[in-house]
Design a protein around this ligand. Structure first.
Ligand SMILES: *Cc1c(COP(=O)(O)O)cnc(C)c1O
Length: 422
């Protein structure tokens, strides 16, 4: 294993932690080369919605691969992309009339930021300042890092990151401070506000109320500041509704989607925009076009997988599965809340999270111990420092979900109180 030339993401190879070799997956289960069945309790980093290897998505990928694998998307088009764009505009808020393709959540955010700045530039009223929320995560490219929380994970690159306006996270009882800060930033002539609706994922599964989301949207609308919803994690049912924005009746100017867009099978992203964003770039003048592309923009195989995802949402009882899982998550998480050493148990839709230990954050010494504990018990859970969260595929059955919570309860008993002194 140590002889592998692979340099893994978010991995400290110097710690010599074992890296399991996965050979197959099915539903909520992963199977390893050494014969273990591992429960995927984090949907392979938040992407797998319906379960691994959904037959319909697999079939769509196979069929598309035999017909058209890849085609330049500048000045050319293909049916899987056309069908997907029509399908997305049909189920997303009607004001989002335009669909721009890219490959990952990070690129969908880069595209959103460029669209926003392009809009102000085209209006002859250049604005460049982006407003962000404390503890946000929007990806790992330079622009996406710039609008995300600063910390140990991007300290080496700080001089390259652009300045942003940061508003505080709306902790319970302090919501007004968040709204006031946003109002100040908007009044100072911001170009756009980018936010993860209802849940800040990588920031520690921090949940805030729909009413705050609605008020933030209203503040931006009143000030004419573009509102960018990064639903890369929250989209596709994660928070209980297709979009988290739906719970606040919020329609953004720009919407970022990725992760569950293909059901989590292959990489694809879209940045959806309202007509004024598109109109700002629309002219007979080539210098005003939207200057963005990547080689695999709207790859046909990825679009076919996304079309299968939309068909699954249409034809299968996905909303009912989401509702059932949401209810089970809430029940099991609330049972854990009585254990000593557990704090801040919270759930939203299919997401459940809790704090253990002393609250020392991402590099908490507890993180690696928990990771090893879960790995040894054939469970894919990846705590965010001392925050344990469960975000399984919607198809996980009760037995597997019970097993996940039994192991978490064991972990809390083993580490929960001891950490007060470490
Ligand atoms: C994961 C994530 C991203 C980045 O997506 P990638 O596909 O990993 O580049 C952006 N925003 C949010 C909210 C995310 O959770």
């Amino acid at each position: 294993m140590t002889s592998s030339p692979i340099w893994h993401p978010f991995t400290q190879h110097g710690l010599g932690e074992p890296i399991p070799l996965v050979t197959r997956a099915d539903g909520a289960a992963l199977f390893t080369a050494d014969g273990r069945r591992v429960i995927d309790a984090i949907s392979s980093w938040w992407v797998t919605t319906h379960g691994h290897n959904h037959p319909r998505i697999v079939a769509a990928i196979r069929e598309q691969a035999e017909r058209l694998d890849q085609i330049i998307f500048a000045g050319w088009t293909h049916e899987p992309a056309e069908q997907l764009a029509r399908g997305l505009t049909a189920i997303m808020p009607p004001a989002l009339t335009r669909v721009f393709f890219s490959d990952s959540g990070s690129t969908s955010v880069e595209v959103a930021l460029k669209m926003a700045l392009g809009y102000w530039n085209a209006r002859g009223e250049p604005r460049h300042r982006i407003v962000v929320m404390q503890h946000s995560y929007h990806g790992d490219t330079i622009g996406a890092m710039s609008v995300g929380e600063r910390g140990v994970y991007n300290r080496a690159y700080t001089p390259l990151l652009f300045d942003v306006g940061t508003i505080p996270f709306p902790h319970a009882g302090q919501e007004q401070a968040t709204l006031d800060a946003l109002e100040r930033e908007c009044a100072a002539g911001a170009a756009a506000f980018i936010v993860e609706p209802l849940v800040l994922g990588a920031g520690g599964m921090l949940i805030y109320p729909a009413s705050v989301l609605a008020e933030m949207r209203a503040i931006c609308a009143a000030a004419g500041v573009l509102f960018i919803a990064d639903e890369v994690m929250t989209g596709w049912g994660r928070t209980g509704t297709l979009l988290a924005c739906h719970q606040a009746d919020v329609v953004p100017d720009i919407l970022c989607l990725s992760k569950g867009l293909t059901g989590g099978a292959v990489p694809l992203a879209v940045t959806m925009a309202t007509e004024p964003l598109f109109a700002a770039h629309y002219a007979a003048d080539r210098s005003r076009m939207f200057f963005h592309s990547s080689s695999y923009t709207a790859n046909p195989i990825a679009c076919a997988a996304a079309n299968a995802n939309l068909a699954i949402w249409r034809d299968e009882p996905v909303a009912a599965r989401v509702a059932t899982l949401s209810q089970r998550q809430a029940e099991r998480a609330s049972r854990l809340s009585t254990l000593p050493g557990v704090r801040d148990v919270r759930t939203l839709g299919t997401i459940a999270a809790l704090g253990v230990g002393d609250g020392s954050g991402y590099l908490s010494n507890l993180g690696p111990k928990l990771l090893a504990f879960f790995r040894e018990r054939d469970l894919l859970l990846r705590p965010l420092g001392d925050t344990i969260y469960v975000m399984p595929p919607f198809c996980i059955d009760e037995a597997d979900l019970d097993a996940v919570y039994d192991v978490i309860a064991d972990a809390v008993t083993t580490f929960g109180q001891a950490t007060a002194n470490t």
